[in-house]
Design a protein around this ligand. Structure first.
Ligand code: BGC
Length: 369
């Protein structure tokens, strides 16, 4: 089991980057909810028709609506009572929804936090009530009231986005130097700084050697983040970048943290009379799959919701049967403890490999005609 840290922003905030080799593994992270080593609560299991809560941050991107549908169906099919709710990006609403799940006797609560750091006290209540807490797609930070997290590697996702941008520039925009701009996701979401960190690990050396020119000079996460992952805010920022810095220049490429923001960036560039820049993405949303197929958006990164939900269901089933948490892939320091993480591998998608990647995904394959 590997042990890694949070993204650099959170790690700096925590005041230390403790990157060590293998730790004691899951046996040393047991806690009052049964922990990850199969102690009391885990060994007892729970009723096969128990209530299972799923708390999603919002339904503003396709991955969350897919999660809502898949959890509802798969929990029902497995015999559980699903309580699946989304919180419209409002932290208080998410806290209230989780409280209500505890009151309704949920045995497991699956949480994708709006703000990775704002759920400590409600999750403490969950833990006091003997509820298992599983983070979903996003890390839950600064609390020990989390038993495990299922997610795709966020740094890895960012690396793929940065590399795709570089590859696309070489493929489509001739020889450099290339004019680019950078966008990040919602700053409260722990994934967003991690995606950016991964991307910059690829892009920064190329900025330093002059291959890439960030014409606006905006290269810090705080300058490029998109509040609430709001596409219209990204589009407004792109509009002002283009009018402020590109009235006499071409823009060749843009780092985008997800597909919704990618499409907003492309629309802005088209409205400004620019050729379509090379733009990265994430989620393999239907609209972007079509756009990539049509040669407009350059790339996305697939992190299939079916894989995330499938892994989470496997953990819930194991807990229900009293088998505790399965072996995790690695541990991540969430600021308070090393959390067991079940890590999945994201895949970059361009027009060149899109049919291959979605060979087993009939609904996306159907878009490629
Ligand atoms: C998810 C992305 C999603 C974004 C905005 C991130 O945490 O990993 O899949 O596009 O949130 O909803």
């Amino acid at each position: 089991m590997r042990k890694t840290t949070l993204g650099f922003v959170a790690a700096l905030a925590a005041g230390a980057i403790a990157l060590t080799g293998c730790s004691g593994g899951r046996g040393d992270t047991g806690d009052a909810t049964g922990g990850s080593d199969g102690t009391e609560a885990a060994a007892a299991g729970f009723d096969a028709d128990a209530t299972i809560g799923v708390s999603l941050p919002w339904l503003g991107t396709q991955n969350w609506t897919e999660a809502q549908d898949m959890f509802t169906t798969e929990l029902t099919d497995a015999g559980f009572k699903p309580l699946v709710q989304a919180a419209d990006n409002k932290v208080t609403q998410q806290q209230q929804q989780i409280e209500s799940m505890i009151e309704q006797g949920a045995k497991v609560i699956v949480v994708a936090p709006i703000d990775g750091t704002q759920l400590g006290s409600v999750l403490e209540s969950a833990k006091d009530a003997g509820v298992y807490v599983i983070g979903y797609d996003r890390l839950i930070e600064n609390t020990d009231a989390v038993d495990g997290v299922v997610q795709f590697g966020s740094i890895r996702t960012g690396e793929l986005q940065g590399q795709a941008l570089l590859d696309g520039l070489k493929e489509l925009k001739g020889d450099g130097p290339y004019n680019i701009e950078l966008f990040g996701g919602g700053p409260a979401d722990p994934n967003a700084p991690a995606f950016f960190e991964g991307a910059m690990s690829v892009l920064q050396p190329k900025i330093d050697d002059g291959t890439l020119v960030v014409v606006s000079g905006q290269t810090d996460f705080t300058q490029v983040a998109t509040a609430d992952w709001d596409n219209s805010k990204a589009q407004a920022r792109m509009d002002s970048l283009l009018s402020g810095y590109y009235s006499d220049k071409k823009i060749d490429g843009v780092l985008s943290p997800n597909d919704g923001i990618a499409r907003a960036i492309i629309t802005s560039a088209q409205d400004a009379g620019q050729d379509v820049p090379v733009v990265s993405g994430l989620d393999a949303e239907n609209e972007s799959v079509t756009s990539i197929w049509n040669g407009i958006q350059y790339s996305t990164v697939a992190k299939p919701t079916s894989d995330l939900v499938g892994k989470t269901m496997e953990i819930i089933t194991s807990l229900q049967q009293g088998d505790g948490f399965p072996e995790a892939t690695e541990q991540v320091d969430n600021g308070v403890k090393d959390v067991d993480v079940y890590l999945l591998d994201p895949v970059v998608v361009t027009k060149a490999n899109i049919k291959e990647v979605f060979a087993n995904d009939p609904s996306r394959l159907a878009l490629l005609n």
